[in-house]
Design a binder for this molecule. Structure first.
Ligand SMILES: Cc1ncc(COP(=O)(O)O)c(C=O)c1O
Ligand SMILES: [Zn+2]
Length: 416
């Protein structure tokens, strides 16, 4: 058996059985999974986790499943990389990158979806669905393929071509909606109400969101069982941001780390930054916006967890920042050039906001900082295409090679 106790309303505390529900019938507050932390504390240990699978399922006791078989693409246990080159450029001596570009469908979304798909199958659903800015749809389609479930995904019809391939190849029905993510989401909420489909980020949202806690669990374990001092998280709906904070808190609550939450830094694209705007206005009220940014995966104008993100920033003494499209491209190139990691536009948002926070003195040079890079660069190659060309083209002869190399000063010794 698992350690889940049911669902609980975040606002009024009303309790529900584990079911495909996401809003409280009494007050419309969001429902969350509750756990028996005393029982978990009594049975969990670092050693047991370290002996577990090299996937998110090593943290099974802190995930909302019981005995059912997992829908498993071996997600998680992605590298935490010490980023000395990037750190040197930014004046940060203990900078780490959580490289979540290398998950099965090339974004962190495999984490929430392995949990949601597992629950969807256990609840008896035969059709799995989602409202997506692109990455979620790929993760849902791949897990549906593995679980032999019917799959229908809904996306804005103007996504990057590579993202559409990355979704459609798994064989789902892909519905392109004329409009942005907020239109997609509105329609999907209606469909979820009317048809018995498992929308991972709507009626299964409480379970889905829990999967992202593993991005905190892994970082703490990889740092030798401690929380970093500060993190930077790319944010759209806010599920990822709030669950990373929760993940660190839970590890402290069950006695696996001594001190909990790092300062939580929230990163958005300037062309879609409703949470950053509220933060800058010192308000807890989100004013929805109409997104316009190359970071399409983060283009959610009305973020479901925006209010809770703002509370988390306050509670952790965190910060929030946004970057322009140009700064996003610069961030992608800086990361690739310094650390050899090719991230999508959302990664450019993370790196851009990290850079701004470092330059503004919001990060201490000696503290441990983790920046989350959550999607692969091959999903959005057009963002950097104009800077990523063949350097020169020559005929296959030594003379041309030598004259062109000396023009580029490449035959001289590499300076020490
Ligand atoms: C690559 C990437 N990073 C971050 C996010 C933000 O996730 P959330 O909507 O949970 O804030 C998304 C959302 O789609 C994403 O695709
Ligand atoms: Zn309630």
């Amino acid at each position: 058996m698992g350690y889940t106790q049911g669902l609980v309303c975040r606002e009024c505390g009303a309790k529900y059985d584990l079911a495909p529900l996401h809003v409280c019938e009494a007050c419309f507050g969001p429902l969350e999974v509750s756990y028996d932390y005393d029982a978990i504390r009594a049975s969990i240990s670092r050693e047991e986790i370290e002996r577990g699978p090299q996937t998110v399922w090593r943290y099974r006791k802190l995930l909302p499943v019981e005995d059912e078989p997992i829908v498993d693409l071996q997600t998680g246990c992605t590298p935490l990389i010490r980023a000395d080159n990037l750190g040197r450029e930014l004046g940060l001596r203990n900078l780490y990158i959580k490289n979540d570009t290398v998950n099965p469908t090339f974004s962190f979304k495999d984490r929430p979806v392995t949990v949601a798909a597992t629950r969807a199958r256990a609840f008896g659903f035969s059709t799995i669905a989602c409202a997506s800015t692109g990455n979620l749809a790929a993760a849902v389609a791949a897990h549906a393929a593995k679980a032999n479930m019917r799959c229908v995904v809904f996306i804005p019809d103007n996504l990057e071509p590579s993202k559409i391939v990355n979704i459609a190849v798994y064989g789902p029905t892909v519905v392109g909606i004329r409009g942005g993510y907020d239109d997609v989401n509105r329609l999907c909420a209606e469909i979820a109400d009317r048809y018995g489909w498992a929308f991972v980020n709507i009626n299964l949202r409480p379970y889905y969101a829990e999967g992202s806690k593993t991005l905190a669990f892994e970082v703490a374990e990889q740092l030798g069982w401690r929380a970093p001092d500060a993190v930077v998280v790319p944010t759209a709906s806010g599920a990822l941001f709030t669950r990373i904070a929760r993940g660190f808190q839970e590890l402290a609550d069950v006695g696996l780390i001594s001190r909990a939450t790092p300062r939580m830094g929230l990163a958005q694209a300037a062309g879609c930054s409703p949470i950053v705007s509220a933060y800058e206005a010192d308000s807890l009220t989100i004013r929805p916006v109409k997104p316009s940014t190359i970071a399409k995966s983060l283009a959610i104008g009305n973020p479901a967890d925006g209010y809770y993100c703002l509370k988390t920033i306050k509670e952790t003494n965190g910060f929030a920042g946004s970057v322009s499209d140009e700064e996003i491209v610069d961030g992608m190139r800086l990361l690739a050039r310094t650390e050899g990691i090719f991230a999508e536009t959302a990664g450019g948002v993370s790196i851009g906001v990290l850079k701004k926070a470092a330059l503004a003195g919001q990060l201490d040079p000696d503290e441990t900082v983790v920046v989350y890079v959550t999607g692969n660069g091959l999903k959005t190659p057009e963002a950097v295409a104009e800077h990523a060309r063949i350097t020169l083209t020559i005929n296959a002869n030594m003379q041309e090679f030598e004259s062109s190399m000396s023009e580029h000063s490449l035959l001289e010794p590499v300076p020490a």
